[in-house]
Design a protein. Structure first.
Length: 348
C-alpha cells in the first residue's frame, strides 16, 4: 500500500549569494534565473508528481509571490513565517499541520533547486517514502559528487548501489582539500537538503534532540492552529522564541535513525552565480548573456544586464547589473557574494 505523501516546500530563504538580483523583497526562489519558470514553480510541478498536496512554508511578505506562481496540478496550503528562521522550525510547523489529517509521509524539500530527470526524481522519492512509512526512519537524499564543491554539504554513508544505508556523518561546506578527498572516496554524497519522514517520526526526533523547540511547537499547535490554519497573531507571539537552526544541525546530525538514499538525477542547488552559469546554455565563447549588454572579447562568463551595459575582456567572471546594485567578481569566488552584499547594504 502506497503511503499518503505531502510535499513540504521550504520557500522562506533569502538567497543572499545571488545578490544583487536576489533581494529580501524577491529572493531567488521567485526569480526566473534559468528559464521561463521560477524555481518555486518548478518545485511545485515536481511535487505534483508524487504528493497528495503541498504545504509551502514562506515568509509572510512573500505570500503574494508564492500564490502568483501556483501550479494547477497540486493544491497548496501555506504557512507564513512571521520572521526568518531556518529549516527545523519550518519542518516542525509543517508536521503539526500535516498530522491533523493522520500521519502522512512528509517530503521536505527546498524551493530553490534545479533538478533534471523528473521520473528518476519521482522514483527516488517513492522509494524513500516507502522506507519512511515502514520504519521510524528519516531518509535523506544524496547524489554522488562529480566535482569537489566547497559550497555544498556532504553526507557520509555506505556504497550501497541505490538502496538506503545508515548515515555515518554530515559535513557542512568542507574546505577544498577535504572536498577533493570526498569525491575520490565514494562513500560521500552531496546533501540535497531533502528529508523524507512520517510527521510523527519527525516530531519525535525534534522532541528528542531539540526539546525546547518541541515544547514551543506543542504550544503553537494548541494556541495558534485553528481549523487547519495558523492564526498569524498567535503564531507571531510564539515564533520569536524559536531557535534559528537547520534541520540538519538540530536533528539529523544527532539522530541514529537517519538513512541515505542515493539519487540518480542531475541536481544543483543554484546557490551561487557560478551555479547559475553552469545551468544555462552558453554561446560559442562559453558566455551566458542575458539582457541588454554589448559584449566584446569575453569568455566563459555570466553577464546579466537589466538596464544596459558594455563588458569587455572579462574571462571566467560574473557581471550582474540591476537597478539596485552591480556585481563584478570571478566566477569561482561567487560563494562569498553574501558577505560583500551585507557590506554593500550597510553602506547604501
Amino acid at each position: 500500500m502506497n503511503p499518503k505523501i505531502i510535499a513540504v516546500i521550504l520557500a522562506g530563504g533569502s538567497g543572499t549569494r545571488l545578490w544583487p538580483l536576489s533581494r529580501p523583497e524577491k529572493p531567488k526562489q521567485y526569480l526566473r534565473l534559468l528559464g521561463v519558470k521560477t524555481l518555486y514553480r518548478e518545485t511545485l510541478e515536481r511535487a505534483a508528481l508524487f504528493a497528495d498536496h503541498a504545504i509551502a512554508v514562506t515568509n509572510k511578505k512573500h505570500l503574494r509571490l508564492a500564490k502568483t506562481d501556483e501550479c494547477k496540478n497540486i493544491k497548496v496550503r501555506y504557512i507564513q513565517e512571521p520572521e526568518g528562521r531556518q529549516t527545523t522550525v519550518a519542518a516542525g510547523l509543517a508536521a503539526i499541520l500535516a498530522k491533523q489529517s493522520g500521519d502522512p509521509v512528509l517530503v521536505i524539500m527546498p524551493a530553490d533547486h534545479k533538478i533534471e530527470g523528473n521520473m528518476r526524481f519521482k522514483s527516488a522519492i517513492k522509494s524513500a517514502a516507502k522506507k519512511a512509512a515502514k520504519e521510524d526512519a528519516l531518509v535523506c537524499l544524496g547524489v554522488i559528487p562529480k566535482t569537489p564543491e566547497t559550497g555544498y554539504g556532504y553526507i557520509c554513508a555506505g556504497k550501497n548501489g541505490g538502496t538506503p544505508s545508515p548515515v555515518q556523518k554530515f559535513i557542512e561546506k568542507p574546505p577544498l582539500g577535504k572536498a577533493e578527498t570526498f569525491v575520490k572516496n565514494g562513500n560521500y554524497y552531496w546533501n540535497l537538503g531533502i528529508c523524507v519522514a512520517r510527521a510523527s517520526v519527525l516530531l519525535a526526533a525534534i522532541g528528542k534532540h531539540m526539546p525546547q523547540t518541541a515544547r514551543i511547537l506543542s504550544e503553537i499547535e494548541k494556541k495558534a492552529l485553528k481549523n487547519g490554519r495558523f492564526s498569524q497573531k498567535e503564531l507571531a507571539a510564539l515564533f520569536s522564541k524559536m531557535p534559528n537552526i537547520s534541520l540538519d544541525t538540530g536533528v539529523l546530525e544527532k539522530s541514529s535513525k537517519v538513512w541515505l538514499l542515493p539519487a540518480r538525477f542531475k541536481w544543483s542547488d543554484v546557490g551561487s552565480w557560478k551555479a547559475v552559469y553552469e545551468n544555462c546554455a552558453k554561446d560559442k565563447n562559453g558566455n551566458v548573456i542575458k539582457g541588454n549588454a554589448v559584449v566584446k572579447d569575453c569568455k566563459n562568463s555570466l553577464i546579466i544586464a537589466r538596464n544596459s551595459a558594455a563588458v569587455c575582456d572579462l574571462n571566467n567572471g560574473a557581471f550582474i547589473q540591476t537597478q539596485n546594485g552591480t556585481l563584478l567578481c570571478a566566477l569561482d569566488k561567487t560563494q562569498s557574494v553574501k558577505d560583500i552584499a551585507k557590506e554593500y547594504d550597510i553602506k547604501h
